[in-house]
Design a protein around this ligand. Structure first.
Ligand code: PHE
Length: 452
């Protein structure tokens, strides 16, 4: 039995709802927009391999750690530590996650806004008869024009906030259930077309034939950061979702399912995009615009491309939405439970903060791109700081918390609810959380920052 006070709390209504919501959080722009372009930037297969290793060694155990912290405490990402480790400094781990969540949202809403622009463009059949150069110019003109990206960002934020105000079950669960499978089907169709394009083989080789000489320390750090970003770990997102999961759920199962789904979608997105990049003569290290420039080219090569383009961008926007909801929920749960705000007020205030930061990020892709920190514009700098630094640090402390503070018996007790768990499994898991994951993160970190 848990030694903590029982709390009544909103809950996901079914096992499938849990998977759908957690996978909905994990699968998003990270898989379809970000994974292909950073894989392109960091040289392909070797990067992919390192990324997969980080997911398997570090990602899985930290995701499970977050679920454990969340379900055991039934609190928000900050309150969880106050409850499980009262009067200690552990609560700052939660705070760090909330700051990371705000920063991530700041650039996430920008790209999510772009997806709406592309929905509109797809509906208006704007890709028709365009050359790859023209499609490139179309993207560049759009992000450069200050007004439209800001408008779409605002629209996206309002929709996300609306879903959050509608509440946990109604909002989050209902949407995730059918959209993700449909998105997967469309990506598979794109895959088939992409790998049969002339010159696609070079793209597949790029993605699957590792050349380790291309692997910089920056690439390794980015692979680590992206493993966190893509799995939605390190911010307290899955801690917060964990707090809505009931005791009948098998946390280990959920973790494995979500991790596999997330990784498969990323690789399939890579298979759709990188071969096409090579086939159309686009530069693989083009950056954040890569997907938006490449995909319309593929749609033009498919029978019924119009329908597919509309469907794809709608689903991409929805995938972004289910992820954005999960990030916003971290902030809102914190504001409402710790700062005692009404849920609606908490949502509005967090949205305002995000929009302000998001506006800066958006403008830094266009009119203010000369404003840089360490050679990065403010959009890329926000992404770099939150993804490559804050998420791994947050994750490292979460792991240490589960390994050293909660410990074997509490973890065993929590995992035994909803599944038949063996002690030897718990022992291995604790060993990873105590030593392997934190040390691996530390090593990548020091290496990435040039210290070792
Ligand atoms: N995992 C999400 C995606 O891939 C983004 C995300 C990051 C969500 C961090 C929650 C927390 O798009």
């Amino acid at each position: 039995m848990s030694k903590y006070k029982k709390e009544k709390r909103a809950q996901f209504s079914s096992k499938f709802g849990v998977i759908a919501a957690a996978a909905g959080s994990a699968v998003g722009l990270g898989n379809i927009w970000k994974f292909p372009y950073i894989t392109g930037k960091f040289g392909g297969a070797a990067f992919l391999l390192v990324y997969i290793c980080f997911i398997a060694i570090i990602g899985v155990s930290i995701m499970l750690s977050e679920f454990i912290i969340g379900r055991r405490s039934k609190k928000n990402a900050y309150g969880a530590y106050k409850k499980l480790a009262p009067k200690t400094k552990w609560k700052y781990v939660g705070l760090l996650g909330i700051i990371a969540a705000i920063l991530i949202m700041a650039f996430y809403v920008v790209v999510a806004g772009w997806t709406i622009e592309y929905v509109v463009a797809a509906i208006g059949n704007k890709f028709a008869n365009q050359t790859p150069e023209q499609l490139n110019a179309m993207y560049a003109d759009f992000v450069d024009a200050p007004f439209r990206p800001l408008l779409y960002q605002l629209i996206f934020m309002i929709i996300t906030a609306g879903v959050i105000i509608a509440g946990v079950k109604n909002g989050i669960e209902r949407g995730s259930k059918f959209m993700m499978p449909l998105l997967l089907v469309i990506i598979l169709i794109l895959d088939i077309r992409a790998i049969t394009l002339p010159g696609a083989a070079a793209g597949l080789e790029f993605l699957f034939k590792p050349d380790f000489s291309k692997l910089s320390s920056d690439a390794i750090l980015s692979a680590l950061g992206h493993a966190f970003f893509s799995l939605s770990i390190g911010t307290g997102t899955l801690t917060t979702y964990g707090s809505y999961i009931n005791k009948k759920n098998n946390l280990v199962r959920t973790t494995v399912d979500v991790t596999i789904a997330d990784t498969v979608v990323a690789i399939l997105a890579g298979v759709a995009i990188l071969p096409a990049v090579f086939s159309f003569g686009i530069n693989p290290s083009e950056g954040p615009g890569l997907v938006f420039v490449t995909l319309p080219n593929i749609f033009l090569q498919i029978k019924g491309g119009y329908i597919f383009s509309v469907l794809f961008f709608v689903l991409l926007a929805l995938a972004a939405l289910t992820s954005a909801i999960s990030i916003l929920e971290v902030i809102v749960a914190y504001f409402s439970e710790e700062l005692k705000m009404k849920r609606k007020a908490a949502t509005i205030w967090s949205s305002v903060i995000i929009l302000l930061a998001g506006t800066i990020c958006s403008l830094s892709m266009g009119p203010y791109d000369s404003l840089t920190i360490g050679g990065l514009n403010l959009f890329d700098a926000t992404d770099w700081l939150s993804t490559n630094i804050l998420l791994p640090i947050g994750g490292m402390f979460m792991s240490l918390f589960v390994g050293w503070k909660l410990g074997k018996d509490e973890v065993m007790d929590e995992l035994a609810q909803g599944s038949h768990i063996k002690m030897c499994f718990v022992k291995i898991f604790i060993f990873i959380t105590k030593f392997i994951a934190p040390l691996a993160i530390l090593a990548v970190f020091l290496h990435g920052l040039g210290i070792i």
